[in-house]
Design a protein around this ligand. Sequence first.
Ligand code: ADP
Length: 240
Amino acid sequence: MLSDEANRSKSEFLSNTSHELKTPLNSIIGFSDLLLQGDLGEISKEQKKYIGIINESSYLLLNIINRILEISNVERGHKDLTYTKFNLHDAIHDTCTMMQVMANRKDIELIVDIDIHLSEITADILKFKEIIYNLVENAIKFIPSEGTVIITAIQDGANLKISVADTGIGISEENKDRIFDPFFQVDGSTTRRYGGTGLGLALIKKFILMHGGNIWVMSESGKGSTFTFTIPIKGQFNYQ
Ligand code: ADP
């Protein structure tokens, strides 16, 4: 276990390093974008293919750096939740609409089932949507092909309880807690099938804890997973 002081230094180091990495990375992204668009002259098919790989990898790296920044910001105590009152149905449906193409490509049915008595909640809407987006994206990603993802929202006392259940590859007992650690991926090999950064669950868990909620997973290898999280419906939790 690191002391508070060591943790602060670690987060500060990560945050500074991430900022430093973004400047050169933005040049790589910008110039490879230009080359790909043909703005700097004709390029061959072969060149296009390799510049495309440089471009895609840079975006992936940018995504990782942004996530590290977000995680270290939360760890440094930058608790900037912006609470607003918003419509729960719209927030969930908007997010699922973004995932529909990805689901269709793999023949996956997305089902949304929200308790009709639930209407408005008070939370940070951007972070709320990011939580849903990450869980649904993972659910789709870890179904090899054909299957179902069900998003359920119910009221549980003062809390909203949302579950995202999939019929995918599942998670073994030994990995259930570790998947919430930064960078942990069940298949962390360089040849892994599913891509990703291993930072999504670590980040959304922090967002949920900031709201005063919790997240857990129930799963069986080969039989799918159900991620469930709670957050207070009326917000205003004093995050320490
Ligand atoms: P990423 O998906 O980018 O690898 P996450 O932090 O979102 O990172 O997830 C960490 C790991 O947890 C994944 O790499 C995967 O091994 C496991 N995981 C997450 N969601 C699921 C799911 N729905 N089904 C099976 N495994 C999952």
